[in-house]
Design a protein around this ligand. Structure first.
Ligand code: HEC
Length: 125
């Protein structure tokens, strides 16, 4: 019994450095993908403007900053996380205030990943 425990010890010496290396690599990899995503906004823009999808621009304008009537919000330049959460709430039928009905309908054709890309595009405007 005691001999077995002693035999495992050499592995323990490698376990800690391996764990540290793994953590460092993950942090590095996550940082890399974040900055890559910040650059390319074209997909989010295409999803926002796509005819036959949500029709976003017909109400909020081509950049999200020119609503067609004063009852509609300006969404350009709003923070990415806020935009993402609001759009997910409409899509998941959790946001039911004021004029929510067109928004609930508009968000249905999109996946969560697509909504994240739209939020990124609008936040950059
Ligand atoms: C028919 C007009 C119309 C269309 C089409 C439309 N919206 Fe909206 N949008 C609105 C209105 C009105 C509101 C405010 C709703 C409320 O009171 O909750 C709103 C709210 C929002 C909000 C939340 C703003 C805030 O300050 O909380 C976001 C984000 C948004 N729209 C994005 C979009 C996107 C993206 C699309 C396309 C997928 C889209 N909208 C399509 C009219 C529209």
């Amino acid at each position: 019994m005691k001999a077995n425990l002693l035999r495992l010890k050499p592995w323990a010496k490698f376990a800690v450095p391996l764990l540290l290396l793994n953590t460092t690599w993950c942090a590095f990899a996550a940082g890399g993908s974040d900055s890559d995503m910040g650059v390319d906004l074209s997909l989010g823009k295409a999803l926002y403007l796509a005819p036959g999808k949500g029709g976003c621009a017909t109400c909020h304008g081509t950049t999200g900053g020119e609503p067609i009537i004063d009852f509609y919000p300006k969404i350009a330049g709003q923070s990415e996380k806020y935009l993402f959460n609001q759009m997910m709430d409409y899509q998941q039928k959790r946001r039911k205030n004021g004029l929510f009905v067109p928004m609930e309908v508009a968000m249905q054709p999109y996946t969560e990943q697509e909504i994240a890309l739209i939020a990124q595009f609008l936040a950059s405007q």
